[in-house]
Design a protein around this ligand. Structure first.
Ligand code: SF4
Ligand code: SF4
Length: 177
């Protein structure tokens, strides 16, 4: 390596205020105060939950209602009301939280080889990244805009196939595939 390739950086000289992080602390407090005043005075984004709910969820552009919020999962059904999933394990492989569990079985239908005998998602482990949705080759798994997910036990937060299919039934009108 030539000497001319070496870049020598001088250590920046900090003022006394910089050494105590004062400008940064004051800038941070200013941002906090700005948001607090906006929230209190303009009542921006304040709702009385659960009596009031957020109805202004962000949607995809193009006029089609496709919420970009990533909430509770659903398993989609095909035109014949069967689970669309073909048990290919792409979603569980892509899942960084390892919270999707699938057991595949021989399909009872002639148009596919496999289907999920068991399929569950631990909604408490999930980080709602959407990787499963992206990985699915047949659009069988989707995240809905349901954000008020509550349960009294950990077991309630494990959504099995039947529950995921029920979420589809509940959301398909408002959020078509
Ligand atoms: S949203 Fe992300 S973390 Fe949750 S199940 Fe899908 S891939 Fe896993
Ligand atoms: S939900 Fe999609 S990606 Fe996951 S196993 Fe079923 S078909 Fe494959």
């Amino acid at each position: 390596m030539k000497d001319s390739d070496v870049i020598v950086l001088d250590e920046p000289r900090l003022s006394l205020a910089d050494q105590f992080y004062l400008p940064q602390v004051l800038a941070g407090l200013g941002t906090t105060m700005k948001h607090m005043l906006k929230t209190v005075l303009v009542r921006d984004r304040v709702i009385q939950y659960p009596e009031e709910r957020r109805e202004d969820m962000p949607v995809d552009e193009g006029g089609i209602f496709k919420p970009s919020y990533r909430g509770v999962h659903r398993l989609n059904k095909d035109e014949e009301g069967r689970v669309k999933c073909v048990a290919c394990f792409m979603c569980s492989t892509a899942c960084p939280a390892a919270c999707i569990h699938i057991e595949a079985g021989e399909s009872p239908w002639p148009d596919r080889e496999k289907y999920p005998v068991t399929f569950w998602i631990d909604e408490l482990r999930c980080i709602y990244c959407g990787m499963c949705e992206e990985a699915c080759p047949v659009d069988a798994i989707e995240l809905t805009s349901i954000y008020d997910l509550v349960g009294l036990t950990r077991q309630e937060m494990i959504f099995d196939k039947e529950k995921l299919l029920r979420v589809y039934d509940q959301t398909v009108e408002q959020e078509p595939m």
